[in-house]
Every structure is written in C-alpha cells, then in structure tokens.
Design a protein around this ligand. Structure first.
Ligand code: FMN
Ligand code: ATP
Length: 316
C-alpha cells in the first residue's frame, strides 16, 4: 500500500481511482464494509482504491481538549487499511485552510483535480466540507457534472445499533471487551515498543514492560487481565493503563504490563497487549507500600484467572 502525504505529493500517475473519505479510527466493521465495496469497485473499474484520511482528525483540530481518544495510532490504522486491500492512502493535514474549504471546493481541489476520482464510496451519513454542508446528495449532483459516480454503503449494524468508533469507545470504557471485539471484528489491542520506565517497578517487586503510547490520551484506563503477544508467542499478564496517579504527575497515559512467567529482557521489543477483564480502576495510593500491596493483589488475581482459563490452552 502506498502512502501519499499531502495533496502536493500527488503525481499525474495518481490520477484515476475509486475513493472513500473518513477518519477510519479503529477500522471497525462499518469501515470494513465500505473498504470491501471499495475494493470491488476498484477491481471492476481496473483502477487503484484510495482512502483519504486526515491528520489530525477534524475533531482533534477543532476541539483538541475534548476530542475522543484514538482507538488506534496512525501506524496501526495504515496497517489495517493495507490488510483490507487498500492500494493507496492520501493523508491530508487537517488545518485552517482545509477546514475552510467549502464542499464544492473540496470536491474540485481534492477529488477531481487531485485524485481524478472515478467513483466514490461513502457511508449514508457522510458529511464533509466547511460546516459539514456536503452530503451524499451533494456528491451525487457534483458527480453528474464532474464525471464520477457515488454510492452510499448500507449502514452496518450490530444488535440493531450502528457500528461506530464511538460504540467501540463506549464498550472499552465499560470494559466490555467481547462487545468491542464484535464491533471491531477482532480483539481490541494496543501495540508498541517497550521503553525504559522510571525503574520503580522492580523496587515495587513487580517488573513491568512500559509500552510506548504515542498519544497522551487512551480510550480505557485501569488495571486489566491482559495477554501479550511477543513475536507470535502469547503470555498471560496483568496491565495498568492510565496516568499512574501515585507516581507520575505529567498527566500523560502509560501502558505497563507485567508478564506472569517471563524473565527475559523486553526493552525495545514490540509487544501487542490484548485486554480481557477489568480488575479495578487506577487509584492514587498514599504510599508506595500501599501501591505495592495492591499490585501484589492484582498479580495474584491474574494468576488465579489465567490458571483457570481455557484461553491458557491456546497460549503457546
Ligand atoms: C498491575 C498494576 C497495577 C497498578 N496500579 C496502579 C494504581 O492503581 N495507581 C498507580 O498510581 N499506579 C499503578 N500502577 C503503576 C505503577 O505506579 C508503576 O508500575 C510503577 O510506578 C513503576 O513504574 P516504572 O515502570 O516507570 O518504573 C500499577 C502497575 C501495575 C503493573
Ligand atoms: N456502521 C457503519 N456502516 C456503514 N458505514 C459506516 C459505518 N460507520 C462509518 N461508516 C462510514 O465510513 C466512512 C468513514 O467513517 P468515519 O470514520 O469518517 O466516520 P465517523 O462518523 O467518524 O465514524 P464513526 O461513526 O464510526 O465514529 C464514512 O463514509 C462513514 O459514513
């Protein structure tokens, strides 16, 4: 899959494609349905498929403090789009200039002059352009005069509710990982490289791998039973994700995981953490001693859980 960063990096050979536009945060089952149709149309027309995404996402640009936490970092989003068979991603910087483009200017500048789009695939609620004035009807009209077709994908629902990134966030906030998995079509996971921490964990008696998070905010916080994939091998563990109120004050999120029976060095390795069950909320403890007691109880709970779990059988 090819990544084109910015309109200015589009070349004449990029003209002619089928395209869709959106945030695609989490690449959930609704998104996957659109991507499936996009691939079909690309094959029919014999042109590449292109997904137009924005960085930052529009809500992050308009309201950085209140925009929801991302379900996946950009790197993972690109991997998921590649896995869905997308040929090209056009990643546009969402800035003042882009936010001011009218729906008509958006169509002219990006879709027609930039991409030479032949067919557009969108969700039925898709809105775009300054003040979100552009919609499916607008696109269809524009397509008639500018030579592209538009198709609205049917809404993907689960148990009567529209699948959405918001629903996935709600499921994670409720620690309903089974629902998150059904909405995503795969388990919710966070992947990242292991960084050096404050080296306090050893002092607390529980060594932890500090998984690098690229963003300050995360869609879930607390202490969880977790499993960790390292180079195709799965290990049972217990994870803490959040701001660590007892020890750190900068307010940014950390993900730390203790693997129950792992003794090797994990620094710089890439881990994938899957969450299974919430044990408790993060707490601010009065002393490191009290934190240590709580962590020991978490580890004991994790040990008891993983011993009795059928999942353990699948751990290689
Ligand atoms: C199972 C587990 C539970 C944790 N619970 C909390 C908590 O409730 N409150 C908190 O401030 N930190 C919590 N932590 C984070 C510890 O503060 C952190 O692991 C410790 O500060 C070590 O940090 P370091 O790896 O950067 O040295 C928890 C860590 C683990 C592994
Ligand atoms: N459940 C769904 N069924 C069909 N299409 C969907 C669904 N969810 C999102 N889409 C479509 O996928 C494209 C990309 O969606 P995008 O991520 O930008 O929308 P969103 O509204 O931010 O996402 P969400 O609704 O999931 O929070 C859009 O065309 C959108 O309409």
């Amino acid at each position: 899959m090819q990544l084109v960063r910015g309109l200015h990096n589009l070349r004449p050979q990029h003209r002619g494609c089928v395209a869709t536009i959106g945030n695609f945060d989490g690449v959930h089952r609704g998104h996957q349905a659109i991507l499936g149709r996009l691939r079909e149309r690309a094959l029919e027309l014999g042109v590449p498929s292109c997904v137009v995404i924005f960085e930052p996402q529009p809500r992050e640009f308009f309201a950085p403090q209140t925009a929801p936490a991302r379900l996946a970092r950009l790197r993972d989003k690109l991997q998921l789009l590649a896995d869905a068979g997308v040929d090209r991603v056009l990643c546009l910087a969402f800035n003042q200039r882009l936010s001011k483009l009218s729906a008509a200017e958006f169509v002219d500048t990006i879709l027609v002059n930039g991409l030479g789009v032949q067919h557009l695939e969108v969700g039925d609620d898709f809105r775009f352009g300054c003040d979100r004035v552009g919609d499916f009807d607008f696109l269809q009209q524009a397509g008639l005069t500018q030579g592209f077709t538009v198709e609205a994908a049917q809404t993907v629902e689960l148990d009567g509710m529209r699948v959405s990134s918001t629903k996935v966030r709600d499921a994670l906030a409720d620690a309903d990982f089974a629902l998150a998995e059904r909405l995503l079509g795969r388990p919710f996971q966070i992947a990242g490289r292991v960084l050096h921490g404050q080296k306090l964990a050893r002092q607390l008696g529980t060594p932890t791998a500090n998984v690098q998070l690229k963003r300050r905010r995360v869609p879930l916080t607390g202490v969880y039973l977790a499993s960790v994939d390292i180079d195709g091998k799965t290990w049972p563990g217990v994870a803490n994700i959040g701001v660590r109120p007892t020890v750190s004050g900068d307010g940014s999120a950390h993900l730390e995981v203790h693997l129950l029976d792992y003794t090797g060095d994990l620094y710089d390795r890439r881990l994938t953490v899957a969450f299974h069950h919430k044990l408790r909320d993060e707490q601010r403890f009065a002393s490191l001693e009290a934190l240590k007691t709580a962590i020991n109880a978490d580890v004991a709970a994790a040990r008891a859980y993983w011993q009795g779990q059928p999942l353990k059988k699948s751990l290689k």
